[in-house]
Design a binder for this molecule. Structure first.
Ligand SMILES: *[C@@H]1O[C@H](CO)[C@@H](O)[C@H](O)[C@H]1NC(C)=O
Ligand SMILES: *[C@@H]1O[C@H](CO)[C@@H](O)[C@H](O)[C@H]1NC(C)=O
Ligand SMILES: *[C@@H]1O[C@H](CO)[C@@H](O)[C@H](O)[C@H]1NC(C)=O
Ligand SMILES: *[C@@H]1O[C@H](CO)[C@@H](O)[C@H](O)[C@H]1NC(C)=O
Ligand SMILES: *[C@@H]1O[C@H](CO)[C@@H](O)[C@H](O)[C@H]1NC(C)=O
Ligand SMILES: *[C@@H]1O[C@H](CO)[C@@H](O)[C@H](O)[C@H]1NC(C)=O
Ligand SMILES: *[C@@H]1O[C@H](CO)[C@@H](O)[C@H](O)[C@H]1NC(C)=O
Ligand SMILES: *[C@@H]1O[C@H](CO)[C@@H](O)[C@H](O)[C@H]1NC(C)=O
Ligand SMILES: *[C@@H]1O[C@H](CO)[C@@H](O)[C@H](O)[C@H]1NC(C)=O
Ligand SMILES: *[C@@H]1O[C@H](CO)[C@@H](O)[C@H](O)[C@H]1NC(C)=O
Ligand SMILES: *[C@@H]1O[C@H](CO)[C@@H](O)[C@H](O)[C@H]1NC(C)=O
Ligand SMILES: CC(=O)N[C@H]1CO[C@H](CO)[C@@H](O)[C@@H]1O
Length: 564
């Protein structure tokens, strides 16, 4: 996780006490926190995302322990304070899904203690019983996380016989301490490399990602350091190391590092480094810092463990920013704070053109949540406006896609393409657009949303990126809007952005406009309503109770594979 220090958390708690529904506490782990059932959640609020994960109540931040089990169930754990709408008292919350969009709340997986918190970490499946914890199974789950106390951050392991629903603390914890001991040593992410375990972990304030190896998850040996690369900000957090397919080439490795504070737009962001890894040492291809998302609400993302080798890695990030995560109005008004971003399928491209290496990220297969037919389509918009009322889509969530083809060569392309989601009652809107000319800037604005944006100086209201036109004369824009989150993907995920927003009215009108485009250019648009994955699970009283029965239900789904 995240926090500058617990003192900082305590300060934030104090600052927010007046606006929180629930009194904050950093100690009492048993103060009404259920250990035998999921926490019930009301997912009906006007800002509650309907196809994104958000916690049943109170405060969530980093994704943790993400893995896919042998039965095709995706497991998402998360930094969770079940007793307040601000950070502190960190537990590992847990949810499971068959499709990465429909999430079932599970009971809390790992609990804080009165004097320690469970900070971020990861999960592996110990197929070969390297740890010796699993005499009778090949699907043993081991969690590796940071135990935070006032004095030190140490790394612990806990194991699960039931596929990740309940955990047992290893009696010889901790398994790793910094030398000398440190209170800024956290967020272990573990993977399997050929014949040993590899951990990447942040020495946060020294700007070092330590790489450790282990035969058994218990004994860890320092192998190398990846030091002071890219943007430093004030801290390194939540490193990831993952083997990454390359379009049209051999796979590479990717190191991702989250920095906070100190993102170029303020607060938190994730940067990444394509490179090589030989089991002990990671080397970046060059000295460049590449940012994973040009918005402001994508942090501490994690790649899921346990995917088949031929599948593209899948990534999920926290959709907020420490500059305002603990102040957004969902806390006082709806009793929860923060959602996860969309799950994203990832791979690398390396274009000989100016764009060079890029981490592509596209929404994971959305078909399970699309309503049966599109809300509106147009195969050739010309210089025109497409307008639709979507108040009939009860989720308030949409998927939209614009395919532009037949663009003339770069210097001759003209015109603009804009989109707006607005409220017919309050006239608030979020919007964005693209210029086919010049440096091809794409912009996104949450400026015209009332309330929060006007009172928080860090809630940056506009974002942009230069998205160079494709040589083949095409441009694509895809996005998902989900009540209080907008995510856009340009050119199949070459650039992407996540922005949260909190309108006073309900957004119910979509508009796509073009003007001044070249005669031969074709603009095709489709807009789909999305299901409400939470309403589908709610009981008659409107409350989502989560998995109150036994573990994992439903049939396994096929993991999306893509041939390189
Ligand atoms: C398990 O053992 C097999 C056979 O030695 C090996 O190929 C594989 O990499 C090991 N995997 C893990 C996760 O231990
Ligand atoms: C797993 O490890 C434990 C401890 O070393 C051992 O007792 C057990 O036999 C092992 N199980 C298998 C299937 O190798
Ligand atoms: C996976 O499915 C098998 C067979 O139904 C079951 O025995 C096992 O407990 C399941 N594992 C998990 C992790 O749910
Ligand atoms: C796990 O066990 C260790 C050693 O007994 C203890 O210090 C630590 O607090 C425990 N962790 C949790 C999360 O209970
Ligand atoms: C790796 O970095 C840590 C944190 O700065 C430092 O304590 C350690 O000495 C470094 N190890 C090596 C071999 O450079
Ligand atoms: C990995 O790379 C490092 C640094 O180049 C080198 O010292 C080490 O010998 C390499 N290890 C293997 C197994 O090739
Ligand atoms: C698409 O939009 C254009 C311009 O407004 C309009 O002329 C055309 O009829 C629309 N086509 C469809 C199928 O709606
Ligand atoms: C980058 O390269 C890939 C694969 O060669 C290609 O499909 C894609 O269109 C290229 N993108 C740009 C912007 O050149
Ligand atoms: C799109 O927005 C830009 C910036 O406000 C504006 O200059 C342009 O005219 C707009 N284009 C359309 C088609 O609305
Ligand atoms: C759009 O308008 C421009 C003039 O602003 C015109 O040159 C162009 O032909 C029009 N494009 C289409 C597809 O009608
Ligand atoms: C846009 O292109 C994608 C990929 O070719 C296709 O699946 C989709 O139907 C197209 N949408 C429109 C509106 O043309
Ligand atoms: C599925 C199963 O038999 N699990 C058992 C494996 O061994 C552990 C430790 O002995 C038991 O607690 C599990 O119930």
């Amino acid at each position: 996780m995240l926090l500058l220090s617990l003192a900082f958390a305590a300060m934030a708690v104090a600052q927010n006490a007046s606006t929180s529904l629930t009194p904050a506490t950093t100690t009492a782990f048993d103060a009404g926190v259920p250990t035998d059932a999921p926490i019930p959640g009301d997912y009906n609020g006007q800002w509650r995302p309907q196809v994104h994960f958000s916690p049943p109540t109170n405060f969530m931040n980093d994704p943790n322990g993400c893995f896919l089990d042998g039965n095709g169930t995706w497991h998402l754990y998360y930094q969770y304070n079940p007793t307040a709408t601000v950070a502190g008292n960190q537990h590992w919350g847990h949810a499971t899904s068959k499709d990465l969009y429909t999430w079932q709340n599970e009971k809390i997986a790992i609990f804080a203690t009165p004097d320690s918190q469970i900070f971020s970490g990861s999960i592996v499946i110990d197929t070969n019983n390297t740890s010796g914890f699993f005499p009778n199974q090949t699907d043993g789950v081991v969690a590796i996380y940071t135990l935070n106390t006032a004095a030190e951050q140490t790394q612990e392991i806990a194991y699960s016989f039931d596929g990740g629903y309940t955990f047992t603390n290893y009696t010889s914890n901790p398994v790793l301490r910094a030398s000398p001991p440190s209170n800024q040593f956290r967020d272990p992410k573990v993977i399997w490399y050929e014949d040993h375990w590899v951990m990447v972990i942040a020495y946060s304030q020294e700007f070092v990602i330590g790489i450790f190896t282990s035969p058994d998850l218990k004994e860890w040996t320092h192998a190398s350091n990846f030091t002071s690369h890219g943007l430093l900000g004030l801290q390194y957090e939540c490193p990831n190391l993952v083997s990454m397919p390359v379009l049209g080439g051999d796979s590479m490795w990717l190191m991702a590092i989250s920095i906070n504070p100190g993102a170029p737009l303020g607060g938190s962001i994730t940067e990444y480094f394509p490179g090589t890894f030989n089991g002990t040492h990671f080397e970046a291809v060059d000295a460049a810092a590449r940012i994973a998302d040009f918005g402001k609400d994508s942090y501490a993302g994690q790649f899921f463990y346990g995917l088949p080798e031929e599948a593209d890695p899948v990534f999920i990030a926290w959709s907020s920013n420490w500059q305002y995560a603990q102040q957004v109005p969902t806390g006082p008004q709806e009793g929860w704070r923060s959602a996860m971003g969309l799950p994203r399928r990832s791979y690398l491209v390396n274009n000989a053109t100016r764009t060079g290496w890029a981490l592509i990220s596209v929404p994971y297969d959305l078909t399970p949540i699309l309503l049966p037919s599109p809300l509106i389509t147009n195969s050739s918009l010309g210089n025109s406006t497409l307008l639709a009322d979507y108040s009939s889509v009860s989720s308030g969530a949409l998927y939209f896609r614009v395919n532009v083809t037949n663009l003339p060569p770069l210097a001759q392309a003209t015109g603009t393409l804009n989109f707006t989601f607005s409220s017919s009652s309050t006239r608030e809107s979020v919007s964005g657009g693209f210029y086919f000319s010049g440096d091809n800037p794409f912009w996104l604005s949450r400026q015209n949303v009332l309330g929060f944006s006007q009172t928080n100086p860090f809630f940056t209201d506009k974002f942009s990126v230069g998205n160079v036109l494709n040589p083949d004369g095409t441009f694509t824009l895809e996005g998902v809007i989900d009540r209080s989150i907008l995510e856009v993907f340009l050119d199949g995920g070459r650039n992407s952005a996540t922005a949260t927003f909190y309108p006073e009215g309900v957004l119910d009108t979509v508009e796509v406009r073009t003007s001044g485009i070249n005669e031969e250019t074709v603009v095709a648009v489709e807009v789909w309503g999305l299901k409400s994955t939470w309403a589908e699970q709610a009981s008659e009283d409107g409350i989502v109770y989560g998995n109150v029965g036994s573990s994992a239900s439903g049939n396994a789904t096929q993991v999306v594979r893509r041939k390189m």
